[in-house]
Write a protein that binds this ligand. Structure first.
Ligand code: ADP
Length: 401
């Protein structure tokens, strides 16, 4: 069964065509600058051949049409016709409290996704447009929604409630939801496989460290806490997002600089994080690491602050779960930065984690990076959200038949 995985952002669309039985990637690509001048599609076939098409795309429907044309193109295509796509899996950012798992997309499901637009105004509308564009272009093909928030729905009340008047939860569903759930679920499953133990026995901490970053506590296969909240702004210091701050900081800046809420939210979302901390030097960890290597002060304080926050969450989650069997690193930084991993793990000897320097420098594979011992282990697990979405889609479509 060929599954087309679609990940719609506000002005971009990522896709992968995956053979769900063999789990082989057939083709993948990215449409950028949708509805913005300078649109282009980068299409990569399974053999790694890249084709760039410069084309304006008025909306997501045009982008998906371009993707389908590329997939069925007589020269560069990988399927003869659209009947070569058996199902579509959509990444949906916010499922609110409606979805604790993936689901076949129906009119009712779309209504619930629409209800969550208020909670994720930048993402859910784009996700819906992607669904509707696929429905129009591939009528009758089953579609599955896979939610970033679903894995975290097992969090207990004490973990997801904010310390604010309860009626805000009752009336508006203001609570912590968490994101990157597909990645946290995938990585914890792979961690159990790598450790050769059933997930139902394990206490895992998953550090998804990318441009957006979050940590999860996964106890016996279920998420019991995670660092992101109502929106993906809470928690770790990220590429350009602040993560946790005293909310009074907003009031302080507002008064000092005469700014409104929207402007301040923009600062916290786009001008903060490691970018802001490094005084606008870079949000890219490769640049920061290079500068850290040269001892540049801005990069040193920034990486230290980033790692300090990750460490704080690891400590908190170890306490909440009453121990930890493995700390897992994943996503752009977690998978590729031996420096960040070693800065964090150098403070985890109390858990029994001592890094094996050789293993910490191996790239691109699932690996235990801590020395053998009695205590917890540190692991690197490359995430694969698209494959996880394809698996979910396959399982749900199979079940529905
Ligand atoms: P997102 O999906 O949230 O955009 P990614 O998981 O792709 O983010 O991670 C992007 C981050 O990973 C960037 O900050 C980038 O600098 C970092 N990264 C990628 N490769 C490396 C590397 N070799 N060393 C350090 N950081 C890296």
């Amino acid at each position: 069964m060929n599954v087309l995985v679609i990940n719609c952002g506000s002005s971009s669309l990522k896709f992968q065509l995956i053979d769900a039985e063999s789990e082989k990637l057939i083709a993948k690509g990215l449409c950028e600058r949708i509805a913005i001048p300078g649109g282009r599609m980068v299409y990569t076939s399974a053999s790694g051949e890249k084709k760039i098409t410069e084309k304006e795309m008025g909306d997501h429907r045009e982008a998906i049409r371009l993707v389908l044309e590329a997939l069925t193109d007589p020269e560069t295509g990988v399927i003869d016709s659209l009947s070569g796509i058996d199902a579509v899996g959509h990444r949906i950012v916010h499922g609110g409290e409606h979805f604790a798992g993936s689901t076949l997309i129906t009119e009712e499901v779309k209504r619930a996704i629409r209800e969550c637009c208020e909670l994720a105004p930048l993402h859910n509308p784009a996700n819906l447009i992607g669904i509707e564009a696929c429905e129009a272009l591939m009528p009758g093909v089953p579609m599955v929604g896979v939610f970033d928030t679903a894995f975290h729905q097992t969090m207990p009340e004490e973990a997801y409630l904010y310390g604010i008047p309860y009626h805000y939860y009752r009336d508006y569903k203001i609570r912590r939801y968490g994101f990157h759930g597909t990645s946290h679920a995938y990585v914890s499953g792979r961690a159990a496989a790598l450790l050769g133990r059933p997930i139902e026995e394990l206490k895992l901490i998953v550090c998804h460290l990318g441009n957006g970053a979050s940590v999860s506590a996964v106890k016996y296969g279920k998420c019991v806490d995670t660092s992101m909240g109502l929106t993906p702004l809470e928690g770790l210091v990220m590429g350009t997002r602040s993560g946790d701050i005293d909310p009074a900081v907003m009031e302080f800046i507002a008064h000092k600089e005469g700014k409104g809420v929207d402007e301040i939210m923009d600062i916290l979302n786009r001008e903060s994080g490691v970018y802001g901390l490094s005084d606008g030097f870079s949000s890219d960890f490769r640049d920061l690491e290079e500068a850290y290597g040269k001892g540049e002060e801005a990069a040193v304080r920034t990486l230290k602050a980033f790692c300090h926050r990750v460490l704080k969450y690891i400590g908190a989650y170890a306490a909440q779960m009453g121990g930890v069997d493995a700390v897992c690193f994943t996503a752009g930084v977690g998978e590729n930065s031996p420096l960040v991993r070693s800065m964090i793990c150098s403070s985890l000897a109390w858990l029994g984690i001592v890094l094996d320097d050789g293993a910490n420098h191996v790239r691109g594979q699932e690996i235990v990076i801590s020395k053998q011992g009695e205590g917890a282990k540190a692991l690197v697990i490359p995430t694969n959200e698209e494959l996880a979405i394809a698996r979910e889609t396959y399982a749900i479509v199979q079940k529905g038949e």
